[in-house]
Design a protein. Structure first.
Length: 441
């Protein structure tokens, strides 16, 4: 918390209970912002202190907690709400005159943008604190990209960026995401979503639904290279968290052979990432190396082909053999008790072992055909719920942010508020409210 060393004639707490302001106090009490405050105060040095650094910073946090879309909206609330001014640390003697004017917030925010690294450090400190407080935090991670449209004037997709003029967002560009599927009648549908703005790449704990790493890029940036960068960030700043991770979840946009290989070979993390069909049209199955009648499809399902009838029978998954680096599949006739006319002449004697190197995208340490894979993949929606909270509780559906640097700062601010609230809930023995951003402490 940015501690305010000032004397007060009386306390607003004596007049009225904090009520909804308890959420803000929860952030103040658990946010590790002392280094940022000392840095800003050192920069001000002996300059005028009409609007104290700590009070202005606390009011900006209040704007995030209470979903104010602009500094002017926040100022109106401060002018109206004396209890909020008191909690932020403004001088009560000055009354409404203590509220900073618009230009003071503009200058202060420009100074904050120069210290983005300190905001990131606060985020990392909170992640580490939650790792110590919550059992199994980081065991199952999920990643996804979130579109953040900008409401500035958008240029055409083939138009070169213009010089900044205050109306356009010269850092933003066009992004596109394609959704495909099949209807019940077998016909294929496709939906293309395009937006002008940015993309938030977010890694969250899939069990607690709390962020552990993030990056903000232009909308056109692909998710796969950013996923590699975020994995590198976790390896440098959160080694213990990465060591404790067992599963890494992602949708089809993260289907990349290098990422899947890196997760298991370098970190021992089992990838649970949906797969795209990249085989040639008409190619339904491929034969497993070293076998005569065992084939697989792009989804990782393994089949035994009957030597006489040519029928395909699904082989039972027998588990992953870590020492051998192989997936074990069992004979369907012996495992399920089904009749097989070619059982005596079949080349599969009880089981077959398939190496991960057979095709790294298809064969992963956690078999795609297993029930565990399907169950874990459903947890990927944890990222979508965190994204939803950013839209609803932090105002990213209707914002006035322009510029990549400002967008990254604003996303970081929202995420550290989310984490500091979670830390306060855990310390206050309120684990049932861990994900709540609107309930009072």
């Amino acid at each position: 918390m940015a501690i305010i060393p000032q004397k007060q004639l009386f306390s607003w707490k004596e007049i009225e209970n904090l009520g909804d302001l308890e959420r803000l106090k929860l952030v103040f009490d658990n946010l590790p912002d002392e280094q940022l405050m000392r840095t800003l105060e050192l920069e001000r040095d002996k300059g005028r202190d009409d609007y104290p650094v700590r009070a202005v910073w606390n009011s900006i946090l209040a704007g995030v907690v209470f979903q104010h879309p602009s500094a002017e909206s926040l100022r109106r609330e401060l002018l109206r709400n004396g209890q909020l001014r008191c909690l932020c640390g403004f001088d009560l003697v000055k009354d409404k005159a203590a509220v900073p004017p618009p230009w003071a917030y503009t200058r202060f925010l420009k100074k904050l943008l120069k210290h983005g690294k300190l905001i990131e450090q606060m985020f990392d400190n909170l992640v580490e604190e939650l790792r110590c407080l919550l059992p199994g935090f980081g065991r199952t991670l999920a990643i996804d990209g979130k579109a953040i449209p900008t409401h500035a004037l958008a240029r055409k997709k083939d138009e070169e960026p213009k010089k900044p003029d205050g109306r356009r967002d010269t850092d933003a560009d066009w992004g596109k995401k394609t959704y495909k599927g099949k209807r019940k009648d077998g016909s294929v549908w496709e939906k293309v979503k395009s937006w002008f703005g940015y993309k938030l790449h977010l890694v969250v704990d899939a069990n607690y639904e709390l962020p552990v790493a993030f990056e903000v890029t232009r909308a056109s940036r692909s998710e796969v290279p950013v996923a590699h960068e975020l994995l590198g960030q976790l390896g440098k700043g959160h080694e213990e968290l990465l060591e404790g991770c067992r599963y890494f979840l992602g949708d089809k946009g993260l289907d990349d052979g290098k990422l899947i290989t890196r997760l298991w070979d370098s970190h021992g993390i089992k990838p649970v990432i949906a797969i795209r069909k990249l085989w040639k049209d008409g190619e339904e199955t491929r034969r497993v190396s070293g076998t005569r009648n065992v084939v697989y499809n792009y989804k990782g399902e393994v089949f035994c082909c009957c030597m006489k009838t040519g029928e395909l029978h699904v082989m039972a998954y027998g588990g992953f053999e870590k020492d051998r680096g192989t997936l074990k599949y069992l004979c369907p006739a012996r495992h399920y008790g089904m009749e097989c006319v070619s059982c005596g002449n079949c080349a599969v004697h009880g089981a077959v072992r398939i190496k991960l190197e057979e095709e790294r995208r298809v064969f992963t340490p956690l078999a795609r055909s297993s029930y565990v894979f399907e169950r874990l993949y459903k947890k990927r929606t944890a990222v979508e719920r965190v994204n939803s909270r950013l839209d609803v509780s932090f105002g990213f559906e209707n914002h006035f942010i322009r510029g990549l640097k400002k967008m990254k700062f604003r996303c970081g601010l929202a995420l550290i508020v989310m984490l500091s609230m979670a830390v306060g809930r855990v310390k206050g023995k309120q684990e049932e409210k861990l994900r709540s951003l609107v309930q009072s402490a």
